[in-house]
Design a protein around this ligand. Structure first.
Ligand SMILES: N[C@@H](CCC(=O)N[C@@H](CS)C(=O)NCC(=O)O)C(=O)O
Length: 324
């Protein structure tokens, strides 16, 4: 674990000392957009036209943010148009590595680099900041288009429709007003909430994160009692953004991040909703418990110093969901 400082890799854990023990997530630095015609998107520069074979996606099967991008790649029929490199689940003193000694870890298929930070340095030799997945890489310009999963899934949602012919829409205009507040609360208290609880280094910081997390899970359980999906009867990005955290919850966050007031299996509606999403075509293969259990328990030695990987719960994700 570390970060780049003016082109130099520094091995250091998150600094929670200056924030009262609270984990504060950095904002993503690369915010360009792929668009159908290469015109600029909501942020950054233009020049990134949607084309088959031009872009490469760097992911970890362990990471909930990268997982969003993998799911949208599957749902939107992009697998033949955007290829991927998968990092090794261990994220140690050199950050994410391109080792291949773990099932599914591919190495760096574009450049044969050893570490993800070297990819960031290819794009900018003087780069500073955290080196995170996912990364959407442009082969034509050797630049990072984006390292922000929330943006990448919106690009995947529409930008390549002319390439794939797939017009499924997970951010439909008429539901956006409802989706935004769901995303905001779920990001802050659930997606990032588990990290805030797990990386807290003071009781106060932990308490401040863990109560809103479970308040939100209770609130979501209520929504899913009356609705098939979060925003109503249509599946939207709000569901997928929540799903990647839920998929890791009982195996990892409940134990490793001390989010143990309840498990997902204790919420009947949320658990059935999670199984329904898990079972959708193309999605199941993106869920890799082998990668996420190994990653969290083994990489975070500040949280789990002996790196013992617990046995994990027995839960049947293939059981009928009954939400039809
Ligand atoms: N806001 C980013 C966050 C990505 C992120 O934090 N990824 C984690 C893995 S789960 C990472 O690569 N962390 C490395 C680090 O912080 O040094 C996004 O949603 O894409």
């Amino acid at each position: 674990m570390g970060q780049l400082v003016e082109g130099v890799w520094k091995d250091e854990w998150y600094d929670t000392g200056s924030s009262g023990g609270e984990f504060v997530r950095d904002t993503s630095k690369h915010r360009h957009w792929v668009t159908p015609d290469g015109s600029p998107g909501p942020t950054g520069e233009g020049g990134f036209k949607a084309e088959s074979g031009r872009y490469h996606l760097y992911v970890s099967y362990a990471c909930p943010w990268a997982h969003r991008a993998l799911i949208f790649r599957a749902l939107k029929g992009l697998a033949d148009h955007i290829d991927i490199s998968v990092v090794h689940p261990d994220m140690l003193w050199n950050g994410w590595e391109f080792r291949t000694d773990f099932d599914g870890a591919t190495g760096d298929r574009l450049f044969g680099e050893s570490y993800l930070y070297k990819l960031y340095l290819r794009a900018d030799p003087k780069a500073s900041g955290r080196v995170t997945v996912p990364v959407l890489w442009d082969r034509d310009t050797d630049r990072i288009v984006s390292n922000e999963s929330a943006d990448i899934i919106r690009m995947f949602n529409r930008a390549f429709d002319g390439v794939t012919g797939n017009t499924d829409d997970y951010w439909p205009e008429d539901l956006r007003e409802g989706i935004e507040p769901l995303n905001d609360r779920i990001y802050d208290t659930v997606n990032n909430g588990v990290y805030k609880a797990g990386f807290a280094t003071s009781q106060e910081a932990y308490d401040k994160a863990v109560h809103p997390l479970f308040d939100s899970l209770d609130w979501i359980e209520g929504i899913l009692a009356g609705n098939r999906y979060l925003a109503g009867d249509r599946l939207t990005e709000a569901d997928w953004r929540l799903f990647t955290t839920v998929a890791r919850f009982d195996a990892v966050y409940h134990t490793h991040f001390k989010c143990n007031r309840r498990r997902i299996v204790d919420y009947p509606n949320l658990w059935a909703w999670a199984r329904e999403l898990y079972q959708m075509p193309g999605v199941t293969e993106t869920v890799r418990p082998d990668h996420f259990t190994r990653h969290y328990y083994f990489s975070h030695d500040t949280v789990n110093p002996h790196r013992i990987i617990p046995i994990g719960p027995d839960a049947d994700w293939t059981a009928p969901h009954g939400r039809g």
